[in-house]
Write a protein that binds this ligand. Structure first.
Ligand code: HEM
Length: 340
């Protein structure tokens, strides 16, 4: 990418995010005794947010799917032992990486972008900015860069010294979970139905593999009939590249109408029974009037969706952070600093 394009991408983020940061008061967000603070790096690394935004901007320019992948990394981090960058740890003698879990294997991506951000931050302000905070900032910048809302990111998370592949398998909802199971998994994280429906709006960008929704096309485990909540012509269009067997890794847009734009098209797709994953569809047809009403609200009013999404992202980013003397600030996001 040319230097001009990189500068342009960077300026877009700065133009959108930083006016927001000064327009609203930004009190520290508390989680129990511990506090995150949007101004956490104001003195120790004042350029931290600009560095993250510029590298996310460059990555997004080089690969338009990357914004989605970075947004998802923050979610998969926060749902497992809190937002502590546990997802970024590689396997070692003492750690089994969460990258091997069912939700992440052959699916989670963007780790090289986080590495680049971390290396740049270590050069600018050594041992200061945590990997968990990088994930939170990159998720916000990715949303802004694709046309979604901005928000002020509370900061000061520290990084874990361990990972939990079991937590990753159990705590992150699966695409074939029922709506009650999904609601329970969100509730366990302190997130309610508004958070659930708003955050799932992330599926307005990014891709899914065939293996994540194949059962809807053929219902292999049930009566052999396809999922009738999926629009028949959409299902027919999906089948050639997602056959009964094979093609597991073939990619499909989660929102085929505006795949790279963060907007409320995801909810409009749901109303047309063109939500790709079963976990998307059940928001409307899973038997819960509250989730169905929110789908209709967000489909009709993008401003409300954006406002709720921003609030819920802050809430998700506050799941059980390590603060104070807990955890550490890793120098390399893939490894703990020492062997404990
Ligand atoms: C019920 C909850 C959720 C379920 C079951 C779910 C499931 C999935 C699945 C199966 C994929 C495709 C993965 C693949 O096939 O490789 C996916 C992609 C994605 N998810 Fe979710 N998700 C949920 C909630 C969320 C939340 C809360 C966020 C963000 C805040 C999110 C953001 C994304 C993004 C952006 C992608 C596209 C990633 C890419 O293209 O690399 N998801 N999700």
């Amino acid at each position: 990418m040319s230097a001009a394009m990189a500068a342009f991408a960077f300026l877009i983020v700065i133009a959108i995010v930083f006016p927001l940061a000064s327009a609203f008061p930004s009190p520290p967000v508390s989680w129990g005794q511990q506090q995150l603070d949007p101004h956490f790096y104001d003195h120790s690394c004042p350029q931290a947010q600009q560095i993250v935004a510029s590298i996310v901007g460059k990555a997004h320019y080089q690969d338009p799917r990357m914004a989605a992948s970075l947004l998802r990394l923050h979610f998969h981090d926060c749902f497992v032992k809190g937002c502590d960058a546990s997802i970024l740890l590689d396997s070692s003698a003492t750690i089994t990486s969460e990258k091997r879990s069912n939700p992440n294997r052959d699916s989670a991506r963007g780790f090289e972008v986080i590495d680049e951000i971390k290396a740049t931050l270590e050069a600018a302000c050594p041992h200061t900015v945590s990997c968990a905070d990088i994930l939170a900032l990159a998720a916000r910048d990715s949303t802004v860069m694709t046309g979604g809302p901005g928000w002020i990111v509370p900061l000061g998370r520290r990084d874990s010294r361990g990972a939990s592949v079991q937590g990753s398998n159990n705590d992150i909802p699966a695409p074939n979970n029922t709506l009650p199971t999904i609601i329970t998994k969100f509730k366990l994280q302190g997130l309610d139905i508004v958070d659930l429906v708003a955050l799932l709006g992330s599926h307005t960008i990014g891709d899914s593999r065939c293996t994540s929704f194949r059962q809807r096309l053929y219902n292999q485990t049930g009566n052999g009939l396809p999922d009738f909540t999926l629009d028949a012509s959409y299902a027919a269009a999906l089948r050639p590249r997602c056959p009964r067997s094979g093609g597991d890794q073939n990619l499909f847009f989660l929102d085929p109408v505006t795949p790279f734009k963060f907007d409320n098209q995801y909810y409009r797709n749901l109303l047309a029974h063109r939500g790709l994953l079963s976990s998307d569809e059940v928001l409307l047809t899973g038997g819960n009037p509250a989730t169905a009403e929110l789908v209709e609200l967000y489909a009709a009013n993008q401003d409300i969706f954006f406002a709720h999404f921003a609030q819920s992202m802050v809430k998700m980013g506050n799941i059980s952070p390590l603060t104070g003397g807990n955890g550490e600030v890793r120098t390399n996001c893939r490894r703990v600093n020492h062997n404990y």
